[in-house]
Design a protein around this ligand. Structure first.
Ligand SMILES: NC(=O)c1ccc[n+]([C@@H]2O[C@H](COP(=O)([O-])OP(=O)(O)OC[C@H]3O[C@@H](n4cnc5c(N)ncnc54)[C@H](OP(=O)(O)O)[C@@H]3O)[C@@H](O)[C@H]2O)c1
Length: 419
């Protein structure tokens, strides 16, 4: 959690926001256009809710709360940020750091201390009104005597929707909702998918040459991209609960799949391996006691291989196998969601990437393009699948964000699958 001292001029968040110009607004609009939607309604669409007028300042303070919401590793809880604003200054700010710790609004109110009376609380997600691992946030909000509560998006959890705001309104607090709603919804997209349809939110990562290859003709893919791109991938890994590859990549590259070039913990490593071909001497298996390793195999996989891997600390999960003889990705995702995997990063190779795209299981694409040419005799391409009939029906990043990472281009964003 972070707290702000209102008297500290170094704290940029304690400065009153400037008027809306291209900077903050443009950023919010770009993010809003990318927000995936797992069935939500806007405030005006919801009957019976009293909607209070919002101000331009509200939008800019919500941007500050949304910036805080990026922090922490709260999975399986959502990313949430909150700030307390009094007399045009931030007097408390926080994010939800980890499941089981204070929710963002509680931590922000605590950071604000004696300054909460009459203040405005900005929180990116509707405060909870029920007992979970922590008491209801609405209790603490009422006890803090804030005058206004401004929220980004209503809680999409079917068990708690609406409860928090109604309770605050009934207690006489002015409540404004739907401020930077699309951006706030994008921030909770993985958690929203997990709680509404019980599947992980999948980010598909690919590293390509300029001619769309992921490995050389000898199968070598270390390294297609440069060190800066690899550090970025490690950062993405550190924000994921699970990271998946196919057995083809495990055999070709002998990767560790741990987080090394970025701060943060390594996610659970997952290998799609129908016939349990993963070698006990592989680096994945040899590190299974330090970093969890799940191997998804078919019902017919060798019991002997399972016992051998199990003795080395590997968890083998038997999964349904489709007619083409491979792990059923939907069943695998269900099983991973049940084991608390909310954010799943798929790192390839081409066949596993193809299965995820063909089944429309990938929610986001993260592609690094290196300024090299690998030629046509290696792997057929970055993604091994039938592909769309026309460019118009191709999966696409609707509002792609392009960045230069070292010498490599990095394009990313939520995927759309036109019918
Ligand atoms: N540049 C990059 O970003 C990058 C990233 C990763 C890999 N690579 C390169 O890619 C190459 C390996 O790619 P690949 O396509 O051969 O391997 P892959 O996609 O990693 O693994 C494919 C194998 O996974 C197993 N599998 C199980 N269930 C599956 C499912 N539902 N869908 C797809 N596969 C499933 C299958 O083997 P079983 O039937 O035996 O289970 C399949 O043959 C290597 O050369 C590696 O260096 C490059």
């Amino acid at each position: 959690m972070s707290g702000n001292d209102p008297k500290d001029p170094k704290d940029s968040a304690s400065v009153r926001p400037v008027s809306t110009t291209s900077g903050a607004k443009g950023d919010a609009e770009a993010a809003s256009s990318q927000a995936p939607n797992f069935s939500h309604s806007s405030p005006s669409e919801r009957s019976g809710s009293r909607v209070s007028p919002l101000t331009t300042d509200d939008e800019q303070w919500m941007d500050v709360a949304l910036a805080h919401a990026k922090n922490g590793r709260p999975s399986p809880n959502p990313h949430v940020g909150a700030i307390v604003v009094k007399d045009g200054h931030v007097v408390g700010s926080a994010h939800h750091e980890r499941a089981g710790t204070d929710h963002a609004e509680i931590a922000a109110l605590r950071a604000a201390g004696a300054h909460t009376r009459g203040a405005s609380l900005y929180v990116t997600l509707e405060p909870c009104n029920h007992h979970g691992r922590t008491p209801p946030c609405t209790d603490a909000i009422l006890a803090s005597h804030v005058a206004r509560v401004v929220i980004g998006v209503r809680d999409p959890n079917p068990h708690v929707e609406g409860g928090g705001l109604e309770r605050l309104r009934q207690a006489g607090i002015e409540v404004v909702e739907g401020v930077r709603e699309e951006k706030a919804r994008a921030r909770i997209a993985p958690w929203a998918k997990h709680i509404t349809i019980a599947l992980p939110y999948v980010s598909l990562k690919l590293a390509l040459s300029l001619d769309g290859r992921i490995a050389t003709r000898t199968g070598e893919s270390k390294w297609v991209t440069g060190p800066d791109a690899r550090a970025k991938v490690h950062l993405l890994r550190s924000k994921s609960d699970g990271i998946a590859i196919g057995i083809g990549t495990a055999l070709a590259d002998d990767p560790r799949l741990t987080v090394r070039d970025a701060p943060g913990e390594s996610p659970v490593r997952i290998v799609f391996d129908t016939k349990l071909r993963l070698p006990p001497a592989s680096r994945l298996v040899q590190t299974a006691r330090e970093t969890r390793l799940l191997v998804l195999c078919g019902h017919d996989a060798s019991v002997e291989a399972e016992e051998q891997l199990g003795a080395l600390g590997v968890e083998c999960l038997r999964m349904p196998v489709l007619a083409e003889g491979r792990i059923d990705v939907f069943a695998a995702l269900r099983g991973l969601a049940q084991r608390g995997i909310v954010n799943l990063m798929v790192e390839g190779g081409a066949e596993l990437a193809g299965s995820f795209l063909a089944g429309r299981f990938a929610d986001e694409l993260h592609v690094f393009v290196a300024p090299i040419l690998l030629g046509p005799r290696g792997r057929a391409g970055a993604v091994d699948w039938a592909g769309p009939d026309t460019p118009q029906t191709a999966p696409r990043i609707k509002a792609p964000a392009w960045e230069l990472v070292g010498h490599d281009a990095y394009v990313h964003g939520p995927l759309l699958y036109p019918d």
